[in-house]
Design a protein around this ligand. Sequence first.
Ligand SMILES: Nc1nc2c(ncn2[C@@H]2O[C@H](COP(=O)(O)OP(=O)(O)OP(=O)(O)O)[C@@H](O)[C@H]2O)c(=O)[nH]1
Ligand SMILES: [Mg+2]
Length: 358
Amino acid sequence: MSEESPLVVVQLTPHGRGAVATVLVEGPGALRAVEAHFKAKSGRALPDYASDELAFGRFGSPPGEQIVVRRRADESIELHCHGGYAAVAKIEKTMVGQGCRAVAWRDWLGRRHADPIAAAARAVLAEARTLRTAAILLDQHHGALRRAMDEIEQALADGNSQAAAALAETLLARAELGRRLVRPWQVVLCGRPNVGKSSLINALAGYARAIVHPTAGTTRDVVSVHTAVDGWPVELSDTAGLHDGDDALQRAGVELAEKKLARADLVVLVFDRSAPWSDAEGELICSWPDAVVVHNKSDLPPSAGPREPGLATSALRGEGIEALARAIAARLAPDPPPPGAAVPFTEEQVAWLRRAVC
Ligand SMILES: Nc1nc2c(ncn2[C@@H]2O[C@H](COP(=O)(O)OP(=O)(O)OP(=O)(O)O)[C@@H](O)[C@H]2O)c(=O)[nH]1
Ligand SMILES: [Mg+2]
């Protein structure tokens, strides 16, 4: 096997167990290399199969792995085998013995795209957690960011640095969102004990992730759940009720909560609308002035007296939950890019745009 062999074997599906794994053999002689180890159940030779016609059979020495072969082109053959390590390893080893060079999928992608932005977008797409973020990355794969960067370069070449800077500024305004396309926002729910934080996180997540109980101080650990809020990837965290108690265990819970809150992108402050508003509640507002404020237990009679403006919810009845999700999304992504818009999604791209602004 030559280091430079243009004939490559690459696993396209993620490593690990799955129903089906896909291995691609690509390069000059791919069809012959696969044919040498494949026996179709139909008895037909692989070259007799039409392009894209599926061939079912066995691969390797008897009894062989059951696989489905798809000939995309003579130089591009897909092998679909049982998911898991053994079948893939056997195919890869056999193909390497046949002169293929084993390459990682990221390297393979990088070589396929002349444009590094398209290659990066394609690689990052595999990590997109929601359809909405995948659609934005697909736009970048299809050239949205490349075209915008070309436009900036053209403006610079024409001596129009103002136009270049304005365009770069527009893109930089989307940089934070671009970073979040694969790294979820951290949204942390906090408040006094027993106000309904765990109930709210369950309502937002759509299932009973956190323990709910009438006893104040039920949640001690930080309990997190990955979900999508209005199509944005979010890690929601439930925390212990904030209070000044002597109990060492509860104190430990509060300390964990405070650490999580310090790293939050957005804090959701939860209050009990049926309980009186006191200085302690006011202090929480002062501590997190940018928080989304929620008054939960709206199904119960409200306590009298003034209170901070906020969203009314009933986690118990599921009321106000959609409005809360919309409020969270609006705070995380206040100005979502229109379809097809250019969005920088790597630090290198952001650094390039910053240089264009100077
Ligand atoms: N009536 C009513 N009760 C609620 C609502 N949300 C939560 N509760 C009740 O309030 C109690 C406390 O709820 P939790 O969700 O455990 O509250 P928490 O803020 O997580 O409490 P700690 O973990 O102890 O800090 C439970 O008995 C819930 O059923 C609501 O919207 N309306
Ligand atoms: Mg709780």
